[in-house]
Design a protein around this ligand. Structure first.
Ligand code: ACO
Length: 398
């Protein structure tokens, strides 16, 4: 018997741990780092083009409806006439929310932000519809329908509740966008206003791996329920660097005051290194194609319902900013003109971001479904910058 053969397993020195691979360079904000593969939406930030499942969003805004676009985003293809009719019918059937959720909303502080109310109400759906069957296409369909149907009802309900009124029930004879405006204002909207609002929902419905969609995908990757996925995305959308910027744009335009103040205001803001709200985008180095569409929707509304002097100010700001910030690739983003559209539709300012959430729910759900199709939990690494191991000091020795 050889020496080697007489060794026990414990005598064998452990194999050295593999040398750590050189970590990829740290990119703050994950700029340029692919975090997933996706077939939903494509952005060409140099040409200013945006497509959903291969369709130009300008075409969708002009020809499609929000529910048809949501179907396209989530299931990958345009629905047939029968599929669309069924989908619209299902969504319409699920618009009402439980009186328990309405009662819960009545206990929210009236001065609370509607995005916080929406996040809490969206999360509460998980309490009512908790059965989780993520590998069952019927469950996926049902959850998509329920979320698309109930999110607008909850946004409108909080608006009435905080004014001290009872929420009104959805109107079954009205399409998606018109019904939301009806629930909000208690008046059947003008058809042009409803059509323009629907187009706004279409162009806000998806935008690849933005912060809230990333949030949705991370949450989805844990295989939690879709209500938690949407609630986490709503919380992320609320911030002023993301969906919350649309509120700030109007405040900024009002603070500027008049077109002759635009240039001095902008020069001062740039000198103070302030961010100009509604400008700049990680992906676009030209004017955001959604801003182009929204500007034209705003003009259609002004032609029909009267001009808004803030629009002249916004155009003057866009021109002045093109000279000063254009060379850095900073141009109007989706939030720059959306507030002017919503203002003309008579929508209160702090509902602009919840409306963004109504639309983006379609994109979040498309990413939820795609994530489930090839799931691996998100768990990136970090570069530790804290202290070396330290000795514990008892309280009386510190
Ligand atoms: N006004 C002035 N300067 C700007 C602006 C702006 N709006 N946006 C970017 N810059 C400048 C920055 O100061 C920075 O300049 P520097 O290199 O000299 O320091 C450079 O451009 C890069 O800016 P970052 O903030 O690093 O760009 P990032 O890609 O991280 O941020 C963001 C993108 C958050 C959208 C940014 O442009 C911004 O804060 N814009 C204003 C808020 C806004 O409109 N958000 C809505 C975005 S659309 C959406 O989320 C729905």
């Amino acid at each position: 018997m050889s020496d080697t053969a007489s060794h026990t397993a414990s005598d064998v020195p452990p194999a050295p741990a593999p040398a750590p691979a050189t970590p990829p360079p740290f990119r703050p904000g994950l700029e340029g780092v692919p975090a997933t593969q996706s077939a939903i939406c494509d952005i060409d930030g140099r040409q200013g083009q945006l497509t959903y499942r291969g369709f130009d969003t300008a075409i969708l805004a002009a020809q499609s409806t929000f529910l048809e676009t949501a179907y396209l985003l989530i299931w990958g293809d345009l629905p047939t006439a029968v599929q669309l009719r069924e989908f619209e019918h299902e969504v319409q059937m699920h618009r009402r929310v439980s009186f328990r959720i309405r009662d819960m909303m009545k206990s929210f502080p009236a001065q609370g932000h509607p995005m916080d109310a929406l996040q809490a109400s969206a999360a509460s759906l998980g309490l009512f519809y908790s059965r989780r069957a993520l590998d069952n296409p019927e469950y996926i369909y049902g959850a998509v329908v329920r979320l698309l149907a109930k999110i607008p009802t909850m946004v409108a309900a909080f608006q009435l509740i905080r004014k001290g009124q009872d929420p009104i029930q959805p109107r079954d004879d009205l399409p998606y966008a018109a019904n939301f405006l009806y629930m909000l204002t208690e008046r059947e909207p003008d058809p042009l206003a409803a059509r323009i609002f629907d187009a706004c929902l279409i162009i806000h419905s998806e935008h690849s791996l933005n912060a809230s969609t990333f949030s949705a995908r991370v949450t989805a990757s844990t295989l939690t329920d879709p209500y938690a996925v949407v609630a986490s995305a709503v919380g992320t959308l609320a911030g002023p660097l993301h969906g919350g910027a649309n509120e700030d744009v109007l405040a900024m335009l009002e603070a500027i005051g008049s077109p002759d103040q635009v240039e001095p205001w902008l020069d001062r803001a740039i000198a103070e290194r302030q961010k100009i709200m509604g400008f700049g985008h990680r992906e676009y180095k030209v004017k955001d194609p959604r801003a182009v569409i929204l500007q034209s929707l705003a003009e259609q509304l002004f032609d029909r319902f009267g001009h808004d002097p803030l629009y002249d100010l916004a155009c003057a700001l866009e021109r002045a900013a093109a000279e000063r910030l254009g060379p850095k690739g900073i141009y109007p983003n989706v939030d720059f003109y959306s507030g002017l559209v919503y203002r003309k539709l008579g929508i209160p300012r702090d509902l602009f971001t919840p409306i963004f959430a109504i639309a983006r729910t379609a994109g979040w759900l498309a990413h939820w479904k795609e994530q489930l199709g090839a799931n691996r939990i998100f768990r990136p690494s970090q570069i530790y910058t804290g202290s070396l191991p330290r000795q514990w000091q008892p309280l009386d020795a510190r």
